[in-house]
Design a protein around this ligand. Structure first.
Ligand SMILES: Nc1ncnc2c1ncn2[C@@H]1O[C@H](COP(=O)(O)OP(=O)(O)O)[C@@H](O)[C@H]1O
Ligand SMILES: [Mg+2]
Length: 223
């Protein structure tokens, strides 16, 4: 069953007098329980597409439909709420707060998602445990390896149990073995918890783990 649909979406960036058609009439669906891989060369529009899927960026044309509801029908100020309810994000560069311990990096999202103060610590530890990091809860990012930091980022993305996970080049800063572990973790999440997962990557390892692959080229899906 699809939880997210991209229907005929275009994004045009305007920089002074030049216009860049970064995503050009793209349609796709993301189903529960699957890992969808979006591949394509640098500059092909992958990050732009993923940002629109995650309601971080508004399309110039077309529709993003989440759980049967078209976002264009919503007010701009309701988008943060949609993001919180539906999405967990993982970025290439981890985006952890350097001054916060692993467990606190997870708690900060739980707080945003209105988890009660009393449950916050145990829930954050639980999420870290799920990604095999209970031994690192009190570590600061600078004292963790790339793979460990990326797993903290995943624990954080899973905070509040969102149905959709979007990951932009999640293995780009990881060694090959760690990258594979992170990808296996994602695949397991989709299959065991029914989450819908979209990954942008040009890592060949991701090809083997995805349930479905789409290729972007100059903003278009290659057929
Ligand atoms: N904020 C922006 N303003 C103007 N152009 C942008 C912006 N972000 C991306 N672009 C352009 O849009 C195209 C697609 O970029 P992007 O979605 O980042 O591709 P990818 O993630 O596949 O490398 C590129 O030509 C890029 O230069
Ligand atoms: Mg990108």
């Amino acid at each position: 069953m699809n939880i997210l649909e991209v229907r005929n979406v275009t994004k045009i960036y305007e920089e002074g007098s030049t216009k860049v058609r970064a995503v050009d009439s793209v349609s796709l669906v993301l189903n529960k329980g699957e890992v969808l891989l979006i591949m394509g060369p640098s500059g092909s529009g992958k990050t732009t597409l993923l940002s629109m899927m995650g309601c971080i960026l508004t399309p110039t044309e077309g529709e993003i439909i989440i759980n049967g509801r078209a976002l264009s029908g919503l007010k701009e100020n309701s988008l943060p709420e949609i993001r919180k309810q539906y999405f967990g994000f993982v970025f290439q560069s981890f985006n952890l707060f350097p001054s916060l311990r692993a467990v606190e990096n997870v708690e900060i999202v739980l707080r945003l998602k209105k988890v009660s103060k009393t449950r916050m610590r145990s829930e954050a530890l639980n999420l870290l445990d799920n990604v095999g990091l209970s031994q690192r809860a009190d570590f600061f990012p600078k004292d963790m390896s790339g793979g460990e930091k990326q797993r903290v980022a995943f624990a954080r993305a899973l905070a509040g149990d969102p149905p959709i996970i979007l990951a932009d080049e999640p293995t780009a800063n990881l060694d090959s073995k760690t990258g594979r572990e992170v990808l296996m973790l994602l695949r397991g999440l989709a299959e065991e918890t029914g989450k819908a997962i979209a990954i942008v990557s040009h890592d060949p390892k991701a090809e083997a783990l995805a349930h479905r692959i789409v290729f972007l080229e100059d903003g278009k899906i290659r057929r």
